[in-house]
Design a protein around this ligand. Structure first.
Ligand SMILES: Cc1cc2nc3c(=O)[nH]c(=O)nc-3n(C[C@H](O)[C@H](O)[C@H](O)COP(=O)(O)O)c2cc1C
Length: 213
């Protein structure tokens, strides 16, 4: 059942660490959720993210090998682990992406030339570290959007970075030079409507911001 109450989706999202083991998520729904997720913004629209979805006993067992022990309950009970990567070579498709945007009539030829001559060199001449940082930021926005999209689909999540990042790319047969692990997201349904989630507190709002006069 879809939850279209934006306030509830956002304000009542909490990390769930024990999921109903009987709940499976069909692959077509993962496709829908990813499609809804990738409307997230990204630097220069590079979309430098990649999702690996472990939703079988075999793939979840491989994921469990790189997890820290305290994250075993999520891996054991979730419907899937969505492992997010930043893809640091995303800029190589930049010309194609923006040319498509032009060919579909969304920007003028002048705008296309401007975009290609202004931004593409930043990536072509940038360091691997800069491209990785960019990809991590893009993927983090996608991660947050995915967790909210999941709530809209009636699922709960837990973002996870407690794992041995060095093992992650190889687990999915990916090149560690190009794919940077960003976070894993356990997804499923809470066993007792939200009761499995800790109601975490936040610092007072005043502590979080400052008007830079
Ligand atoms: C980048 C990141 C890494 C996290 N890693 C873990 C983790 O390894 N295990 C875990 O149980 N929770 C993990 N969390 C969840 C946080 O503990 C949780 O988001 C935080 O306590 C706030 O609670 P809430 O999500 O219920 O609002 C992680 C969250 C983020 C954003």
């Amino acid at each position: 059942m879809r939850n279209n109450d934006f306030n509830d989706v956002v304000q009542n999202r909490h990390s769930v660490r024990n999921f109903d083991r009987t709940v499976k998520i069909p692959r077509f729904e993962f496709k829908q959720m990813i499609e809804e997720t990738i409307t997230a913004p990204s630097a220069c629209n590079l979309q430098a993210w990649h999702f690996e979805i472990a939703d079988t006993a075999a793939s979840l067992a491989r994921v469990k090998k790189y997890m820290m022990k305290f994250n075993y309950p999520q891996v054991d009970s979730c419907a899937a682990i969505v492992q997010l990567f930043g893809y640091s070579d995303a800029y190589k498709a930049y010309r194609k992406m923006w040319t498509k945007t032009y060919e579909e009539g969304h920007i003028t030829k002048e705008k296309l030339d401007e975009v290609l001559s202004t931004f593409l060199p930043l990536y072509e001449n940038g360091s691997r570290q800069m491209r990785a940082m960019d990809a991590i930021i893009d993927s983090s926005l996608a991660a947050m959007q995915f967790m909210l999209v999941a709530r809209n689909h009636g699922y709960d999540t837990n973002p996870i970075a407690g794992y041995d990042a060095n093992q992650v790319p190889a687990t999915f047969g990916l090149d560690p030079e190009l794919y940077v692990p960003v976070m894993a997201i356990a997804i499923g349904k809470s066993t007792k409507q939200m009761n499995d989630a800790v109601k975490t507190v936040r610092y007072p709002v005043e502590q979080n911001y400052h008007f830079a006069d």
